[in-house]
Design a protein around this ligand. Structure first.
Ligand code: BGC
Length: 421
């Protein structure tokens, strides 16, 4: 007998995107960084990816793969995206606003772009789709980059000014706010591994300054939003993960896993303390931590195209871990890179099963957003990883093509339940 897992009434069923990864035609720190680094990224592909990945995605050796360009042309094709959202029976959608479009030059705000976003948000409202809006998803205007990005205290003030304008102009059309997407990822890849702009490696001085400025930026924008909309729901989309010791009797691995868990899941939240109304959870990973380099050794019985091990139980532990904050939670990203769509439907169901279990045990989860609605520009990996429920034919007028898993997810969203065979 199939078992039915019902989700709470008014549960939000959504999909997520970010501005830079789908809109196209944006000039910002990333667009300039790619142009300087795309050849290097193509040359290094052999070093980073397995022979199987290299064989399956030869485009990783093509420098063009690392240039965002027109992305998925969502700037011009929002109606197409909306058709996908409706086909999926979603009642919520997460999207981003691009700071570089709104304020391409310091202090010069572009009214035309504000109106562009207003139209999109209004269409979502007209279709009864709740909006989760991200104000900053890793990219910044060139002038902000040139003044030192988040390592410069002035950026906090500038971010507040941009955010205040958005709040005043568009705030009435927003249901849930995200000030910052995965600040720890920006710190980790921007200032520790050097994989993302501004490419700093183990820059200890910067790490703490950037952390402090990001915390302050969140707090100040939180206050601005609440001053204008006292009932607003404001949060951060947190990079979460479930690091666990490979051997639970090995005290060093136990401690290392605890430290990794704290930095990934809790450090930022502890610092912003009371300035959050809900917790935004992005979950993709678990890692088995070992005491010797490279410090993780996953079983990898089943991995996706990106090489990430499928480990749905991890989301259960993350949600249980977040219960201590006594806040509602939204899963704002959960997804898999799966070009052949062999794993996706099961991936979604298996994660929802674990989320349902956490809800049964008291976790106040109010919604689930799959990453991503469309295939998109996957940052330093470029275009080869395919996270989308919809593929996009970038050579044929960016046509959106439903993958088979669309049907499975659309049914879950429509019925508010998961059927387990
Ligand atoms: C980011 C997304 C990204 C996804 C998959 C998340 O950490 O927020 O922008 O596309 O991971 O790589």
């Amino acid at each position: 007998m199939p078992k039915e897992l019902k989700f709470p009434n008014n549960f939000l069923w959504g999909a997520s995107t970010s501005a830079y990864q789908i809109e196209g035609g944006i000039v910002c720190d990333w667009s300039e960084w790619e142009k300087k680094n795309n050849k290097r990224l193509a040359e290094q592909a052999e070093r980073y990816w397995s022979p199987a990945q290299q064989k399956k995605f030869p485009e990783m050796f093509d420098p063009e793969n690392y240039l965002c360009g027109q992305a998925m042309d969502s700037y011009n094709q929002f109606n197409e995206d909306l058709a996908c959202i409706k086909e999926l029976n979603l009642n919520a959608y997460r999207l981003g606003i691009e700071w570089a479009r709104i304020e391409p030059e310091e202090g010069k705000f572009d009214r035309k772009e504000i109106e562009h976003y207003r139209q999109i948000l209004q269409k979502l409202r007209d279709n009864n789709i709740k909006v989760v809006l991200t104000l900053w998803h890793w990219t910044m205007p060139l002038w902000v980059h040139d003044q030192g990005g988040w390592a410069n205290k002035k950026t906090v003030k500038d971010f507040c000014q941009y955010s205040e304008l958005i709040v005043k102009e568009l705030g009435g059309l927003i249901d849930y706010w995200i000030t910052l997407n995965e600040p720890m990822m920006h710190i980790g890849h921007g200032y520790v591994t050097g994989k993302f702009p501004p490419n700093k490696k183990f820059s200890l001085k910067n790490i703490y300054v950037v952390f402090k400025n990001l915390v302050k930026a969140h707090e100040d924008v939180y206050k601005i939003i609440h001053k204008n909309f006292p009932e607003a729901q404001v949060s951060i989309a947190m990079t979460t993960g479930f690091p666990e010791p490979a051997c639970k009797w090995n005290i060093i691995e136990v401690i290392m896993a605890k430290v990794a868990y704290y930095f990934r899941n809790d450090w930022f939240l502890h610092r912003v303390g009371k300035f959050i109304d809900y917790i935004g959870v992005n979950y993709y990973h678990h890692d088995r931590i070992v005491w010797y380099p490279p410090f993780k050794k996953n079983l990898n019985e089943e991995i996706d195209d990106r090489g990430w091990e499928l480990y749905p139980e991890g989301i259960y532990y993350v949600l249980k871990g977040y219960k201590k904050y006594q806040k509602p939670m939204l899963i704002l990203e959960n997804g898999t890179a799966d070009a052949d769509d062999k794993l996706r439907a099961r991936y979604i169901k298996d994660h929802l099963k674990c989320i349902h279990r956490a809800i049964q045990e008291g976790a106040d989860v109010r919604g689930y957003f799959y990453w991503s609605l469309l295939d998109n520009f996957e940052w330093a990996e470029g275009y080869w990883p395919k996270f989308g429920l919809y593929a996009v034919d970038r050579k044929n007028n960016f046509k959106r093509i439903a993958r088979p898993s669309v049907k499975a997810y659309a049914e879950i969203c429509q019925t508010n339940k998961v059927v387990i065979d």
